[in-house]
Design a protein around this ligand. Sequence first.
Ligand code: ME8
Length: 663
Amino acid sequence: MAERKEKFYLTTPIYYTNGLPHIGHTYTTVVADMIRRYKRMRGYEVVMTTGTDEHGVNVERAAKKAGIPESEYVAKMAETWRALWDELGIAADEFVRTTDLQHVRTVQWLFKLCRENGYVYKGHYTGLYCIFDNAFVNEPKPGNLCPDCDRPLETVTEENYFFKLSAFQKPLLDFYKKNPDFIQPEARRNEIIAFVEGGLRDLSITRTTVRWGIPVPGEEPHVFYVWFDALSAYLSAVGGPDFAKRGMWPADLHLVGKDIIRFHTVYWPAFLMAAMLPLPKQVWSHGWFLMDAAKMSKSKGNVVLPRPIVNMLGMDALRYFLLREVVFGQDGNFSYDALVTRYNSDLANGLGNLASRTAALIEKNFGGKIPKPGTYKPQDDALAKETQAAIGEVLERYEKMEFARALEAIWAVIALADKYLTSEQPWALGNSPEEQGRKGTILWTTSELLRIVTVLAHPVLPQSTEKIWTLLGQSGSVAAVPLDGLRWGQLSPGTQLGKAQTLFPRVDKNEAIERIEAMANEELNPAPAPTPAATPAHTPAAAGPGAAAAPAGIAQIGIDDFTKVEMRVGQVKTAERIVGADKLLKLTVDIGTEIRQICAGIAQFYEPDALVGRKVVVVANLAPRKLRGVESNGMIVAASVGPEGRPVLAGFLEDVEIGSRLK
Ligand code: ME8
């Protein structure tokens, strides 16, 4: 019988369904997907789990607001999350929903084990509770605000089942000591140890104030506290009570953001110890992706969405940026500017250019067949040596979760290849046998370097490395190349190159950012779907007597819809250009009740100075949004003239009072 491969089981958090995925969630999931691909290339049997956390008060409220039952609401949201991961090519092996039957069984079973072992008792609990974070809060901020999200806390008293967390202070501390790698990075480990050393209070693990949750069997109306429920998902994904059959538990790695490290390194191992189940091997907590140094939130209008970036630059560009830009474990700032700059420099001019340049030279000089190397010069040997050494370094960096350093090492090799080509100048060599031989050595060497770089970068750039693999005429998938067997010198001369591939077309930075932002604004503030009353004019119903014809293709709206738009007369107070955004002006506009900052795409047609004092029409109730990183609170109305859509500002022939509403 074939020997079973060593297993590796890793997880992302299971995400709340009362929001939509942004770049932060994408980050954790991309890292997990990258590790999953990397471990497979190192010969492991890998399972990666993600999913959705579907119970609790927030879901009850969101479903009510949407006017649908909770089950329907969560089913829709889970599908949205799953579909996004599919679309981004980061679909996990297991997608757990906490409303799955298998999961429900697992939670009830885990509770039964903890109870049978004497770690569960009934009591009362009164406390300040944050319904947004689903947690009782011990140290509220002044004004009884949640220390995490700054929102008001509610006083809640209820009969609960309690988990004897206090009994696990010593076992946990012993466990951390025996398993120094359990909590990563080091700084987080120290924080958690200090927290546990400070003493642990028992934890209420059921609720009677919540309806939408997993029932505690025979104890209704008790339902499980969301964290007891959610953490169990890692176990239910790989078999639940029958976990031994699948052979994946314990998890080798839980990837989490630093917001939820305590749940994963204190509560979760304590629940498992109480149930006498094996403990996960490692919890890795990464930092925040911040936008303008602030946490992302929809109300601030600073959420970064993955889809527009992927539509503009491709998934690999986003993956590369997320993994290259910040040290894994630390906070990092997200900026479109940095994203596009890296795309152009590292991907378009770096890897993409090396691949197409090498292929073009082989095409021209060797009819598209990888040449046989002739004799070697010291500079060829040096390049071979450096590349071979990079293999070891990159694998070590990946293994230590130093993804940015791994990519740095790969790109250092790409830079060496560029330098090598520039100094060896194969294009300047003639066709004598000697020069042809030299060209063969140079181009074989470059192709071999490219092959190695392609294999090493595959976990991060799965799509484009497959294309380069095909371009290099290699058979099968690059994903199937065992990393441990990767050596310099394995490229066979004579291999026919594959078809030319489009890898990373260079983009104009300003234009790319504007397009990404426009798509993001569209996704965050979608145009409302036409209501049934808004029948297009060309249908018989609307074309009957008395029906005013709207231009074909533009739906009619009722007066109710129109009155939703609040347009007011405003006066421009200041106007300035925005560095790096050719088309935008930043204006401050007095709309009677307040002064607003508004960005307008009119910079190519209006001089800032000429606008000051001018009266304009402002859409005052448009949701705030960011344009090129600048907040815009409203919109200036303009006609769009001619095929290029030249903006002409709407104005008045008579003097009008600032703040007057347009009706
Ligand atoms: O906490 N930067 O779900 P959640 C980096 N359901 N990562 C970020 C981020 C940011 N700005 N924002 C979010 C929950 N994340 C629970 C988890 S697990 C048993 C239950 C990532 O939807 C990061 O991984 O609030 C963080 O821990 C997670 O999303 C929180 O997702």
